[in-house]
Design a protein around this ligand. Structure first.
Ligand SMILES: [Zn+2]
Length: 426
């Protein structure tokens, strides 16, 4: 019997992530949302689900004024800096903590530069932000891999059509910086209303030739009103049973676009004239039920729920892993992941977690190069898999950054002299 690579980690038949934009989500909302989603604690929303769902963040937020008059408006959104001042911090410590533990895996652009007021977005803001982000990578192993576009026509840093983040000749251009730092996956040019994809990854090349990225689609909502389902109080309209069934029956991936920290009202009128609301409760009962149903699909071995970066990394590995089966040694040997956008690399175990080989014997081994992988299981006859990530239900709201990581003074360190640590946030 030939040895084959399974599409999804055993026994799952599909894979799903929720990728949430941070707009209008305060720090306290973020914490209660992720206590409910990620831990098994009793929360104000309900008993924690213990799912692996991550979020996004802004480094800057220039918007104040009228938005502060609304509940949880743009000006109150969780943000690394206070406004656009690189030397004044707002939620820095907690954002670093949540980056480190994996509750954040996406940069929702460098920040909110909506509206015509100054300062307008320029490349300089990316350079300044990278001073901190590079140190966090070098000292703490925090490596962001995902970008998602945000904002109105003034926030020109995006990659979607009409924005200039990937346009070499523009003042807004930053793709070279962002890519060199390590972002590999970007959302922006595509929005879809159909649920489920064979693969999330579309190879894309921006201007200036070498600026390749993996671009992924996110599911927003069903036609004919696709723009109005990606808010917390409408999550149940995205996670319908028929949508989840598609992942199972057709063997598909999906990344669901969300803004979990806010809602739209009135919910029953999914057309025009809706206004943003501060959800209270954050997730109404029907949304809680949809999330509990998603959890049940995972518990039944049908759909694996994973933070976006894990889903995308897995998708990449499953498509491009180079491997062979050595019948004499009775072993699967993985050599590289031949990433056509960023180049071939020798994977670490975290790059290949979940890969499942069928048609092997119970005595077979899995190697990366010369090294046998220890964290392997044999969940069924003829099946060997590199184990998926161990679930982490820790309530990180109860821990301080200093409980997890030694302090560093970001301003005193030089980027180039920093030691490089093993990457954590994957
Ligand atoms: Zn946004």
């Amino acid at each position: 019997m030939a040895v084959t690579l399974r599409k999804y980690p055993y026994p799952y038949m599909g894979m799903l992530a929720i990728n949430s934009d941070i707009d209008r989500c305060t720090l306290s909302e973020f914490e209660e949302i992720h206590r409910f989603l990620n831990t098994k604690e009793q929360t104000s929303i309900g008993e924690g689900l213990g799912l692996d769902i991550a979020d996004s963040f802004w480094f800057y937020n220039k918007q104040h004024g009228w938005v502060d008059e609304l509940p949880a408006g743009f000006g109150d959104t969780m943000c690394y800096c206070q406004g656009t001042d690189i030397n004044t911090y707002k939620d820095k410590e907690k954002i670093i903590k949540y980056l480190y533990c994996g509750w954040i895996d996406t940069m929702h652009t460098y920040g909110n530069f909506n509206t015509a007021e100054t300062p307008l977005w320029t490349r300089k803001f990316a350079i300044d932000a990278m001073k901190d982000l590079s140190l966090l990578r070098n000292y703490y192993g925090i490596q962001l891999r995902i970008w998602s576009d945000h904002g109105d026509s003034y926030n020109t840093q995006g990659f979607a059509s009409g924005n200039s983040g990937g346009v070499f000749s523009s003042q807004s251009y930053h793709l070279d910086i962002t890519r060199e730092y390590g972002v590999k996956f970007g959302w922006g040019p595509h929005r879809t209303g159909s649920f489920g994809k064979e693969s999330m990854l579309t190879p894309t090349t921006f201007t200036a030739g070498t600026n390749k990225m993996w671009v992924f689609d996110r599911f927003i909502g069903m036609e004919p009103y696709p723009n109005y389902h990606w808010v917390g109080n409408m999550l149940d309209l995205q996670l319908t049973q028929s949508n989840l069934d598609k992942l199972k029956t057709d063997g598909l991936y999906e990344i669901v676009a969300q803004h979990m920290g806010c809602g739209l009202s009135p919910k029953e009128d999914i057309r025009e004239n809706q206004v943003f609301i501060d959800n209270d409760p954050i997730f109404p009962l029907e949304v809680q039920a949809a999330l509990q149903n998603l959890k049940a699909e995972q518990d039944a071995g049908n759909i694996l729920v994973a933070r976006s970066v894990r889903l995308l990394n897995y998708n990449l590995a499953q498509l491009y892993v180079q491997w062979s089966y050595d019948t004499v040694g009775d072993k699967v040997v993985i050599t590289t992941i031949a990433d056509p956008q960023f180049g071939s690399f020798v994977p670490t175990i975290n790059d290949v977690r979940g890969l499942t080989f069928e048609g092997v014997t119970a005595d077979s081994k899995i190697f990366i190069g010369q090294t046998e992988v220890a964290d392997v299981s044999y969940p069924a006859v003829g099946v060997a898999m590199i184990n998926w990530f161990t679930p982490d239900y820790t309530d990180y709201t109860q821990l301080n950054l200093s409980d997890l990581l030694p302090p560093i003074n970001l301003k005193e360190k030089k980027v180039n002299s920093a030691p490089f640590k093993t990457l954590k946030n994957i």
